[in-house]
Design a binder for this molecule. Sequence first.
Ligand code: TEU
Ligand code: CA
Length: 562
Amino acid sequence: MNMKDSQWWKKAVVYQIYPRSFCDSNNDGIGDIPGIISKLDYLKDLGVDVIWLSPVYVSSGDDNGYDVSDYRAIAPEFGTMNDFDELLLEAHSLGIRIIMDLVVNHSSDEHEWFVRSKMDKSSRYRDFYFWRDGKNNGPPNNWGSVFSGPAWEYDTGSGQYYLHLFSKKQPDLNWENKDLRDEVYDMMRWWLDKGVDGFRMDVISFISKVPGLPDGPAPQGALYGDFGPLSVNGPRIHEFLKEMNREVLSKYDIMTVGETAGVTLDEAKAYACADLSELSMVFHFEHNGLVVENGTKWSDKRIDLCELKRIMAKWQNGLAGKAWNSLYWENHDQPRSVSRYGNDGEYWEKSAKTLAVCLHMMQGTPYIYQGQEIGMTNTVFNGLDDFLDIESINAYYEFTENNLVPEDVMLRRLSKEGRDNARTPMQWDDSGNAGFTGGEPWIKLNPNYKSINVRKQRGDINSIFSTYQAMIRLRHELDVITNGSFTLLDPDNNKNFSYIRETDREKLLVVCSFSDENSTFDLPDDVPKDRILYCNYESEPFISGSELSLKPWESVVYYTGL
Ligand code: TEU
Ligand code: CA
């Protein structure tokens, strides 16, 4: 079989594991690989097809594993390579595939390549990174880092600066250098030959920089210039990915997903082109951007439903037949979806279910982030000390010390958008530490684990967990979910999110209330109402003529098949 024809990932559902926070087997407070192995039956029960494993490599620990210091070794806190091999074997024996996080826009400053590159200007590794002379007694250009401060760090030893778009312990790798690219491809083959099933590629849209690294635009009052136009979807990005595809990816039956912050619809059509000359699919960030105000996600902005619908529909229709979508509300960088898009108070359960339905009935490969399947919520932060994430801590100081935002306002914004919300331990049961660890967890638990946990929901047909099971089953069974066209209904209705999926043999109508109030919805003519596949209330919605009455956060899926 031509491997490019299999495309098993179009029908697959992916589950993201953030290993540090998933399950701790040895009570040191840190989740680990044996912990994951012990929960494979749980994932099988949920029904997912693929695990995306956030980084488990040896790391300097500045960004929880996204600063890799050895790409071919497992961090001792997560276990051993034997543990990893066992995980892969056991997952495969259950029919679950595993994709690895590939973090190659940057390495750690403790990676051997960087250590040598810093030590010796004449080493072959010097050019693996971006070393530049300073300008006017300052950095080589005006770029700011994603994690605050300048994107350059001065090295007294060599008298030059190196580039780091993220933390200064994450120096950017220079993809212009073919030796570096070959090293990366070798390492990828090494994992693929071991049997892993693909990669999630960290900020892969950042790897090609505009030569000369010119200044970025800096609106008045901005502390730094924006590297975006000079380093996101850069001039050689598609050349690099096509080369990687030719030399590595195309030789294996795998899936790849690019984390492409800053990707546009047109760019995505190239990255995730149906001819599979680059990646299987990409993550776009447009819906995450709905909270951005004055250029920052640290805002009080609430999501506007009509805007959300417009964005989702744009990607559904824009990529149809041309490239493949990925579908996600959550990951380890985003707040919990039931807190961001739903109602994590009175309508916690209904809204978590509705978010599941609304996303999983769309076209594309869905990603479930650990805990999302039981409706885990944003946590409670009592002060700056409760934040562990480098992004939040650095942002706090940058915004408050420059008098951009008062301290209490900044703390409120960090609580709403901070990445630690996603990183609290997985809530397995209501025992001490939620069954995550018998020791002291590395990060505080969400205090609501006594009411929100796996033990309470697994086996209960009315739980959020069961809704996720049902959505996954439907995706496996119904071709229309994978292949049907998408039509958004009533785009200007700010109380519900409804759409039709259709092939010549099947039709789905998905109606989701995103409101705390009762609402009505005008059914279009000729909608399929033959069979209800799912409804999150006990009694189905009331239909009178063409008017459907919806209860708060009600969702229902109607089906017609030929
Ligand atoms: O994230 C890339 C990215 O664009 C982040 O800036 C993300 O948007 C941000 O955290 C939200 O404000 C990837 C990883 O997913 C993230 O965990 C890493 O910290 C980052 O790359 C650097 O490797
Ligand atoms: Ca452990």
